[in-house]
Design a protein around this ligand. Structure first.
Ligand SMILES: C[C@H](N)C(=O)N[C@@H](Cc1c[nH]cn1)C(=O)O
Ligand SMILES: [Zn+2]
Ligand SMILES: [Zn+2]
Length: 535
């Protein structure tokens, strides 16, 4: 119908937009964006897109200028990511703590140079297992815009990373960003440095084009996410009535899509991380000289770790499985409707078989069932070669990803009681100490909230498709605190690819996702600005 209208008047300000004059007697079509019948003579046709009313077309015009700006500055964005990846901001390695402090300084400086109201919040110290105290990296908060008529969106992200060494099997130096076939390889590229930069660049683009931000934007950037966000809960609580008092919504982009289709994430699993330390002789012993006469800590440890989960994935700790709500029909239907290629999934991670061979079970066990993972054993001999030693003290490290209805305090008790009872049955003279070092809660959002409508519209604008609504198997420790303490709604808006290799060798962010992701954030801010502001 639109294309039959006569006499297009060329609009001079943008090659993409033509204003169409609706002639008397012609029916007035609906705006393709807001769907409201707008005034005659005030309709515009966006090239290759929908018919739009003038307000929406101005918005489209502004978006298209911003998107062009992003495209033409992409080399700078890649360089910015290169600089950030070069900083070994590994929060789990205390020797890297100076790098982590530098990473926070660099982040703060970037936001300061953009004119943000930046504060580096001191969140105190952490106690190390030996009792020593170590300064936590400061949390960077920043504020752009202060218009009470607008919504205030708070973007949370982290700039610390997981450990990485070339000898772990990386094809490129992990801290030297390397582009191969459109992918930017480097530790922290996807988790979470590029997404944080993309948010910053989104704000920077408005500034460079002298455009007003459609919402006020606040940032909370931390440096301890990968070790459980130590100190951040207390900071949020302390600033609930100050920094967070005018925040309307929280946006987090610290996860990935499920497939090549963009996604909105509405849930994360929690994580309870345990150390199980078994201590025996006062020092390591020769296995030939002493083997067969001492009860070995490593044998005890492996024995008790083996009682946590069966080979088919059934968790054996009493009370854990019982706490989980069964899958609802609605969830079953949602999972069933998601496009998911089993074979591709297997081939990408290099396995011949998975724990489940139907889509719904697989997604359910990735997102909304708990699982146990054994990560490693500190004190065990793990170097190349054949050292013949009986390790005197070993610490098994494992974690339990939890889901709604499970609670870290309860999980801690269930795990400790169970392991102590299993250990007692061994009648070993060695000592077992179980500690929970991270207790992060799961998070779940209401996908009917207008934040998700805004997300769908933004994805449609940038990628031309509807997003998948997904959950994340990983944990964003602070998500639940944000929700509980501020009472505000959260959306997770991922831009990472499904195959980015977070936490593993050869982590990458594709240039496409990085750049289009920056546009997505711009489109999202526009969409959030349309949400009716409650008074
Ligand atoms: C999903 C997010 N990018 C992430 O990787 N989070 C970590 C956080 C964590 C949990 N326990 C310790 N750190 C993760 O899920 O492993
Ligand atoms: Zn992350
Ligand atoms: Zn991570």
């Amino acid at each position: 119908m639109v294309l039959q209208m006569k006499d297009p008047i060329e609009h001079s300000c943008a090659e993409h937009i033509r204003i169409w004059g609706a002639k008397e007697g012609h029916s007035t079509p609906d705006c393709g964006n807001c769907r409201i019948k707008k005034q005659p003579n005030k309709m515009a046709l966006l090239c290759a897109a929908a018919l739009l009313c003038v307000l929406c077309s101005m918005d489209a015009l502004q978006y298209s200028e911003l998107a062009q700006y992003i495209d033409s500055h992409q080399e700078e964005y890649v360089e910015a990511l290169r600089d950030w990846v070069a900083i070994e901001s590994d929060s789990s390695n205390i020797l890297k703590r100076p790098d982590l402090h530098r990473m926070m300084d660099v982040t703060a400086e970037k936001l300061r140079r953009m004119g943000g109201d930046v504060v580096m919040v001191d969140i105190g110290e952490q106690e190390l297992p030996g009792g020593q105290m170590l300064a936590l990296p400061k949390v960077v908060t920043a504020h752009f815009g202060n218009d009470s008529q607008k919504h205030t969106v708070c973007v949370y992200g982290h700039v610390d990373v997981q450990p990485a060494k070339l000898e772990d099997g990386w094809r490129t130096e992990p801290y030297n960003l390397t582009e191969i076939d459109g992918n930017l390889y480097g530790r922290g590229a996807s988790d979470n440095k590029a997404p944080v930069l993309a948010w910053i660049h989104a704000v920077e683009a408005y500034q460079a084009l002298n455009m007003e931000l459609p919402v006020n934007v606040k940032f909370v950037i931390e440096g301890m996410e990968e070790t459980g966000s130590n100190g951040l809960d207390a900071m949020i609580l302390a600033q609930r009535d100050t920094f967070f008092s005018d925040v309307d919504f929280i946006v987090i982009s610290d996860c990935g899509w499920l497939s090549k289709r963009p996604a909105l994430t509405y849930g994360t699993r929690g994580n309870c991380y345990f150390f199980a330390e078994v201590e025996g002789p006062t020092q390591d012993l020769h296995s030939g000289v002493y083997g067969g006469t001492v009860i070995e800590p490593m044998t005890d440890l492996i024995g008790i770790l083996d009682t946590l989960i069966t080979p088919s994935g059934k968790i054996l700790i009493p009370g854990i499985r019982e706490a989980v709500a069964p899958l609802t029909d609605e969830e079953w239907k949602m999972y069933q409707d998601i496009d998911f290629d089993f074979d591709y999934y297997k081939s990408k991670i290099g396995v011949a078989q998975l724990m489940y061979n139907n889509k719904v079970d697989l997604l359910a066990h990735r997102w909304r069932h708990p699982t146990v993972t054994i990560h490693g054993i500190e004190g065990a001999f793990s170097d190349p070669g054949t050292k013949t030693v009986i390790p005197a003290k070993v610490t098994g490290k494992f974690s339990i990803r939890q889901v709604p209805d499970m609670d870290p305090a309860m999980v801690k008790k269930q795990v400790t009681d169970y392991l102590q009872s299993v250990f007692a049955k061994r009648k070993s003279p060695n000592k077992l100490k179980v500690t929970m070092v991270i207790g992060a809660k799961p998070w779940l959002a209401d996908t009917k909230h207008s934040l998700y409508d805004a997300g769908k519209a933004a994805v449609k604008r940038v990628f031309g498709v509807d997003p998948d609504l997904i959950r994340e198997g990983g944990t964003i420790p602070i998500a639940r605190t944000f929700q509980d303490v501020t009472g505000k709604s959260i959306i997770m808006l991922p831009i990472g690819g499904f195959d980015d290799g977070l936490h593993s060798q050869n982590e990458k962010m594709s240039r496409y996702n990085y750049i289009e992701g920056t546009k997505l954030f711009i489109a999202y801010l526009h969409e959030v600005a349309q949400i009716k502001k409650s008074v």
